[in-house]
Write a protein that binds this ligand. Sequence first.
Ligand code: ASP
Length: 583
Amino acid sequence: MYRSHSCGQLRASDINKEVTLAGWVQKTRDKGFMIWVDLRDRYGITQLIFDEERTPAAVVEKAKTLGREFVIQIKGTVIERESKNKNIPTGAIEILVSELTTLNESIIPPFTIEDETDGGEDIRMKYRYLDIRRNPVKNSLMFRHQVAMQVRNYLSQEGFIEVETPYLIKSTPEGARDFVVPSRMNEGQFYALPQSPQTFKQLLMVGGMDKYFQIVKCFRDEDLRADRQPEFTQIDCEMAFVEQEDILAIFEGLTRHLIKDIKGVELSDFPRMTYDEAMRTYGNDKPDIRFGMKFGELNKVAQHKEFKVFNDAELVVGIAVPGGASYTRKEIDKLVDWVKRPQVGALGMVYVKCNEDGTYKSSVDKFYDQEDLATWASTTDAKPGDLICVLSGKTHKVRAQLSALRMELAERLGLRNPEEFAPLWVVDFPLLEWDEDTARYHAMHHPFTSPKPEDIPLLDTKPGDVRANAYDLVLNGNEIGGGSIRIHDKETQALMFDHLGFTPEEAKAQFGFLMDAFQYGAPPHGGIAFGFDRLVAILGGQETIRDFIAFPKNNSGRDVMIDAPAHIDQQQLKELNIKLNLQ
Ligand code: ASP
């Protein structure tokens, strides 16, 4: 038996017990006649004492050789601690050691294994297994497990069953590139790793499984953005014989259950907003509604004067920043610089100070009088003391820019409280989205999403106006889930592929299996997938998902610990019949 107790377990009630503990040496304090060692495992820290008078001399000598992160096993007696440590659960006791075995030594770790470590991000990633010994990371992984268990419990109780779907598949389009795996036995052919189990879960519905879920890895070869992982985990679900309402009800229930169970917060019915409204009022399809600063569109009240910048713009839109009228000239200049950064990309910013005395002072006083500015204030819901920030230009660009400014200001003003939960369903997404690069329409969600039946006639005339039976669940400005009601008949699916620019042959080659399946009595169905890593991070009150992933990749998609991706040797390449053409 390696241990009778864990390092987090012993209390005053255990005094006089003979125990065996095993763990890592967190630190040692050597006072000559007395040595203290903090022994750590997953469960906590227990103080050991080696005392010249009461511990065998050879054991004391051995204790002197212990270094940080040595793995040891000790036997000893639980005794009362003289100076108690109220900060840890085992702080009332210590172990008077009688036997010490070194199970393994450790070289000096590259950073301190403490809650507040001296190790930077890079070094901690390289030695992730050491980082996992630290409480913040360890606790995050345990928290993730707890959330996963709650998800499984809830969905199982609702009658869902978890079914595993394959990883070596053919492309499933979710808007990213596929990671591909060459097949040795099928020369020149490749598997794709799933961007999601989308087609398989639909086939499970054809198979009559009716309520499916899976906590599953997905792989997307996307351009890297901060806090995005090329492999990530989804709670993937599908249901048959349902309408949009049924799906929203179940997954609203799941989210409410998680927030109640984990955060102790009871949420009422989730508000809903159409995609159009979200874009108009927040410039964004995943608005953070914990705070206001709603967009006020100013075209009507700002394009009647000689100000060319506004007159030429497709959209003139502003937000009111609470208390912003007190910003100094310098602070406002900094805001202007902020929106002009390439990441945001605005050409400039017009501002209006709404003075406490009811007057206005703007950067465009030359063009607009007090009456004009008063209408801007009412349109943006600005109060005396606020600052109105106005951007203008092409609608989709300006919305994105003002939305970025809104989020930045909310952050600075402390309006994004991680302990507050503001869920929102965004519904009625467009079916198609125009892609400038390829000069074609793409499926906004994925090609299996059903158009709203009443909008189908628009497919030929105004494809961009066709709405889909698609929905996203947004929590505190993050998209945590998205899904849709699916097409379940061959004709509509063929029509959809046609509109997405597939020839019938291409559609058959890529998705013939699905269209074939639709001929054998496919039930109406729909589903949703939640981004599990992000959900866990939000529930854990954190912005970054990395700490909740045991072995994450860095921002360049590399695993710096195992050093992947890596070259493979000639023999492997030969077997795969792959010739590299590297310069
Ligand atoms: N497969 C979709 C996704 O990964 C989710 C869904 O439509 O159920 O976003």
